[in-house]
Design a protein around this ligand. Structure first.
Ligand SMILES: CCCCCCCCCCCCCCCCCC(=O)SCCNC(=O)CCNC(=O)[C@H](O)C(C)(C)COP(=O)(O)OP(=O)(O)OC[C@H]1O[C@@H](n2cnc3c(N)ncnc32)[C@H](O)[C@@H]1OP(=O)(O)O
Ligand SMILES: Cc1cc2nc3c(=O)[nH]c(=O)nc-3n(C[C@H](O)[C@H](O)[C@H](O)COP(=O)(O)OP(=O)(O)OC[C@H]3O[C@@H](n4cnc5c(N)ncnc54)[C@H](O)[C@@H]3O)c2cc1C
Length: 674
């Protein structure tokens, strides 16, 4: 679509000019993000069907709806889509394979149809994820068809009022009663109340519930159980269950995040989710291969979040870049016409590194997804779990890094659109409020950084003993013999600069930990006393992974030379943008000198100038439909001012010239002052 649109669709002269000279094949880039030509075609067919369906339109803009109306409107569309997807032969016939369709469908639905949250999101993401990844084959045979058909709707309830991060501190109990062959699910305190799960308030009839498993007085830690919350057909909450919605949030307000309490609710023993650990009829506990396998759904979702935030960044950069090409402001030379704001280097510095970040995130997320699939394959085969620590550390690192980078990036895109970026109709506020919770959910980021640091310190010690290292820290090998300074400022030289900085930071913090221990401080307290430094080193390691993956992905790229060239430039921009942002760290570790930093800053300016003419074409190549962007500032035609004006006309306050509120409040005030 992107390539052909240039000839046939109207766009404002500024964008026509931008699109007239494109040095690369946009379609080839579109295919990269879709996962191949065939998938692009499938996505476009899906879009045509979905976006032309009147049942998926909003009767009025959701911003003007009440809390209940928004929920109802989203639920209506979600159920319609679910039925349509299962029954419409047009949709069934579209190729692409379930995996491709799942990802593309997620992005279309999440961003275009369900603008501010989808009450069925957790059903499709984590409830189905738990069934497929955590249940035994017999259990899957029982639960999967019901969940797929919509006969039951579920969610994933783990977080409680008192604990989200510290899973071992969860208070909900599942106590085995061997007499009746049942578990008793109970919330013993107010803080044991489940709190937050999406779709829990009014939508879900079932939930996967994380609860402490108690057998004959012994606690075996948190395990997942399937619990029915609401009656079939009437949907009334079941005896012993208290469930509802938790109220308005910063964003995602169409998703009924809920609370849940249990008063000694009995469920059959076989409702324990039993792929990894089991409880037998006589109460025998069968241990899993690793106690952390029950955390698997979270790992999968962390991988999913990496893609999800990448889509959000694609939307935000498309909006801000097109706007920057259409908006004219101030003067470059006195008396000359006002330039497009994208001519300002500072504006280029806002949008171009974020466009490059989309690629960086995408390639790293893809590698992470492959690691996830490999570990999953090994788990299913019953073979060793050697790669589990690598998967855990990398998924924590990338989820934390990308959710932070993208949230910050979206904020920069909003600022880059000046005042209009603050309007709901720009869609940047909603893209922001839909993205920022990804820094909290699925593992609060600081907590995840500390998990990464734990892995790094352990690996660092292992390296010092000459032990085996996981792939992402293979560079720790020989660290004692390496000099710190890099002489080569190529991409691989800069990657190496990051490696050396991580090692230098680790060396320092490991020494401090050691010193505290020698002074008699308990290890946990020494850890806490070093935790700011530990988080910092984890962040630098994560940046290293992303830079390294970007360079490696391009080395393998076999497409056209035009695309190869533009991606090389983007990769270089990402590297230099990252390194110059982190220059304090690289200078301190001795990896770089001030002169080298100056050279890199000069090159950064040159790269911004070189990429400037490609900016609009680069975001066009993401091929985001106007429905997906949903923005007055970012639409393909660039007709920003008419769109802004027309959107303002939809405000209910504009229905009448003088609103009732005037007669009630203002008129008496103004009259009394006569
Ligand atoms: C089907 C498609 C689905 C895709 C989705 C599609 C895309 C859409 C996505 C966008 C929308 C997403 C909506 C999501 C909604 C939010 C849902 C939630 O928040 S739900 C709620 C989310 N809630 C959270 O995320 C809670 C966050 N909290 C936690 O995860 C844990 O409490 C903890 C990890 C912090 C600590 O756990 P603790 O048990 O105290 O462990 P210790 O610290 O004592 O470490 C002991 C050892 O264990 C190791 N290890 C640990 N974990 C793992 C692992 N997973 N594995 C392996 N290993 C692991 C660790 O390395 C260490 O090893 P060693 O050093 O000894 O060798
Ligand atoms: C929009 C949204 C949707 C959600 N959906 C779901 C869902 O579907 N299902 C579900 O079960 N949950 C869900 N959650 C809950 C979410 O997973 C938790 O909020 C999250 O895991 C953080 O836990 P917490 O709220 O207990 O934060 P806390 O852990 O209380 O964090 C508060 C502060 O304490 C710090 N802190 C905590 N522990 C440590 C530590 N060990 N070291 C250093 N600092 C620490 C944190 O860094 C943070 O600054 C959702 C949350 C949101 C916002």
């Amino acid at each position: 679509m992107a390539g052909k649109q240039v000839q046939v669709r109207f766009c404002v002269p500024d964008l026509q000019k931008e699109r007239a000279n494109c040095s690369f094949n946009k379609e080839e880039i579109t295919n990269i993000f879709d996962g191949g030509e065939h998938n692009t075609e499938t996505r476009r067919k899906l879009q045509n069907i979905i976006f032309s369906d009147p049942n998926l339109q909003d009767p009025i803009p959701p911003d003007y709806m009440s809390h209940e109306q928004r929920y109802e409107n989203e639920l209506r569309k979600a159920v319609y889509v679910m039925k349509k997807f299962m029954t419409d032969p047009q949709l069934q016939d579209i190729g692409g394979g379930p995996e491709a369709i799942k990802w593309m469908y997620n992005s279309i639905l999440r961003h275009a149809i369900h603008k501010d949250g989808n009450p069925l999101m957790l059903h499709f993401g984590m409830f189905l994820g738990a069934i497929m990844g955590q249940m035994s084959e017999e259990q899957q045979a029982e639960w999967l068809p019901k969940a797929m058909s919509g006969e039951i709707i579920g969610t994933y309830t783990q977080t409680e009022l008192g604990h989200g991060t510290f899973l071992r501190g969860l208070e909900t109990t599942a106590t085995y009663d061997p007499v009746t062959d049942e578990f008793i699910i109970h919330s013993p305190t107010i803080t044991a109340t489940k709190w937050w799960p999406g779709g829990l308030g009014k939508t879900s009839s079932f939930a996967v519930v994380m609860a402490q498993l108690h057998i004959r007085g012994q606690n075996y830690g948190p395990h997942p159980f399937v619990v029915q919350l609401r009656e079939h057909v009437t949907h009334a909450s079941r005896p012993g269950i208290t469930v509802g919605e938790i109220g308005p949030r910063l964003g995602l307000n169409s998703n009924d995040n809920g609370f849940l309490r249990f008063d000694n609710v009995r469920i059959p023993r076989t409702n324990m989710v039993m792929k990894h650990s089991k409880v037998l009829k006589d109460g025998t506990y069968v241990k899993p291969k690793s106690a952390k396998l029950s955390y698997g759904v979270m790992v999968l979702t962390r991988v999913g979040i990496c893609y999800d935030v990448c889509w959000q960044l694609m939307r935000a950069t498309t909006i801000a870049t097109r706007y920057a090409a259409v908006r004219h402001q101030s003067e470059l030379e006195v008396g000359e016409a006002e330039p497009q704001i994208i001519e300002y280097q500072t504006q280029q510095y806002k949008v171009l590194p974020m466009i490059a970040s989309v690629y960086a995130i995408w390639f790293a997320a893809d590698t992470l997804r492959h690691t996830y699939m490999e570990v999953q394959k090994n788990i299913n085969k019953g073979s060793d779990l050697d790669l589990l620590p690598e998967l855990h550390a990398s998924s924590c690192a990338l989820k934390a890094l990308f959710s932070t980078d993208v949230t910050d990036g979206i904020s920069v895109m909003r600022l880059g659109c000046g005042g209009h970026g603050y309007l709901a109709s720009s869609n940047l506020p909603r893209i922001y409020t839909s993205t920022t919770p990804s820094q909290t959910y699925e593992g609060e980021n600081t907590v995840l950084w500390l998990q990464v640091a734990r892995f790094l310190i352990k690996s660092f010690r292992e390296a010092s003993k000459g032990g085996r290292l996981q792939p992402s820290v293979a560079y720790f090998k020989n660290h004692q013999t390496q000099t710190r300074r890099i002489t080569d400022l190529s991409n691989s030289g800069l990657v190496s600069g990051y490696e050396r900085s991580v090692l230098s930071m680790l060396e320092a913090v490991a020494k401090q930990l050691q010193q505290y221990s020698e002074e008699g401080m308990r290890y946990e307290h020494a850890w806490n006393a070093c935790s700011v430094r530990l988080v910092n080193v984890a962040k630098v390691h994560a940046r290293y992974i992303v830079c390294d993956q970007f360079v490696k992905a391009l080395a393998k790229y076999e497409g056209s030379s035009g695309v190869r060239q533009i991606m090389d430039q983007l990769c270089r921009l990402y590297m230099i943008y990252s390194v110059t942002n982190d220059q304090g760290i690289l200078l301190k570790s001795g990896a770089l000198t001030p002169d080298q930093c100056n050279l890199l800053e000069e090159e950064l300016g040159e790269l911004l100038a070189a990429l400037r003419p490609e900016a609009v074409n680069l975001v066009d190549a993401f091929d985001l439909h106007d429905e997906v962007l949903d923005s007055t500032l970012g639409a393909w035609d660039g007709d920003v001012y008419n769109r802004l004006y027309n959107e303002a006309m939809k405000s209910p306050l504009n229905k009448v010239d003088v609103p009732d509120a005037y007669y009630k409040y203002l008129q008496p005030l103004m009259k009394s002052n006569l």
